[in-house]
Ligand binder design. Sequence first.
Ligand SMILES: Nc1nc2c(ncn2[C@@H]2O[C@H](COP(=O)(O)OP(=O)(O)O)[C@@H](O)[C@H]2O)c(=O)[nH]1
Ligand SMILES: [Mg+2]
Length: 436
Amino acid sequence: MKVKRFFAQSMAEALKQVRAQMGPDAVILSNRRVDGGVEIVTALDYDENMARQRLGDQAREATNGSKLAEMQAEQHRRLEQELGRSRDRIREVREKRANLGAGYAGAAGLLDDAALELQPEATATTASATAAQVGGSYSDELAQMRAEISSLRDLMGAQKPKVEPASPASNAVQQRLSERLQEFGLGMELANSLSRRHKGGRLEDGWKQSLKMLATGVKTARQEWFDEGGVYALVGPTGSGKTTTIGKLAARHVLRHGADSLALVTTDRYRVAAHEQLFVFGRILNVPVRVVDESNSLDDSLDELSDRHLVLIDTAGLTISDKGYQQQLSELARSHHRIRTHLVVSATSQPRIMKSVLHCYKMANLAGCVMTKIDEALTLGESLGFVMESGLPVAYYTDGQKIPEDLHHAEAVPLVRLAVERLKTLQQQQAVAEGA
Ligand SMILES: Nc1nc2c(ncn2[C@@H]2O[C@H](COP(=O)(O)OP(=O)(O)O)[C@@H](O)[C@H]2O)c(=O)[nH]1
Ligand SMILES: [Mg+2]
């Protein structure tokens, strides 16, 4: 679903633009008079279900289709405005810096290769989830816009670092450390709390100490699923990468142990053609695929597959406002089989969205998480902060679409190291952009 806003002096002119750019199939979500003309928000491949997912909890207020379309248009407008404001502020900051002559050097030069001499810590565990916030969902397009906004903010942060007055960093080194941790992608509270533990000494020592604490706080799964065996389900929003990750896990399992000890199950009976992708994996890998529906319960399907060493369950990315949401999650939580349900979280999501996703899926009795799209995230501190705060052990992370190559068993120290590398790359890119 692609949403786009048009502005013209007259309705006829606006519709002409819509037809030229979006084609004859575009749907009009809203139109209104604005200063100097009319504004139309349109969508291609408009899908009410997807619009509801994008709006998350808010969608409950949409009592009918036209109200939903209007809310979707409003959300798009707000995001565009937010983007515009961020761009303007960057321009302002750049101009001010150019006028002042002297600039902030950023942390780029401070991050040398030796910055992360971490001792591997005993971080493996099987803890379960805790944190909670309001539910919601998003799609690729929305996530892309949000990523752009957050990257613009990151850029601003690097140019003009500033710790909120509420942060009681007791000395200048702590303050600079907190700034750098925020640049790394951690939230302000976590950055402040880590930096306050650095009681004195050089910034670099504080940085290393904070990274060590992060690596200790990030829990990971001790064993790979192929080795341990069992029943694993992936839950999470549409587009987070559940089915692709199952494809990667399945292909990896078949390469290591053959096809006979694996089976795939899907509980997604809510969307037309929902199973196609999983059936394709099943056919290619020669692995059975079972669909849970009105006539086949999850437990019956798992009973049938009890001779399989590994069973992977794909699910629908339903949110609180969707029909079937509760049924799907309680089916997993109440099964008489021991299902280890993992939340699939995209590393490109904003921290707020990660938390709301956790809230949305925690009733499935989460045993851990899988971080996806690590390749697309500008910084990884957001994901590490989420993992640390939620207490969910990370089983795997994925960094691309290639099956099965872009799947990795998670370990805390290499993950933190990767996040440091990512920050370095971002800072180099910013330095190049500023020099251009
Ligand atoms: N760049 C990137 N794309 C991914 C990754 N994992 C999944 N995707 C893509 O994200 C999109 C949604 O994935 P899908 O598995 O269908 O998500 P689902 O709705 O949760 O099942 C697809 O285009 C995938 O190819 C990843 O690690 N990196
Ligand atoms: Mg899917």
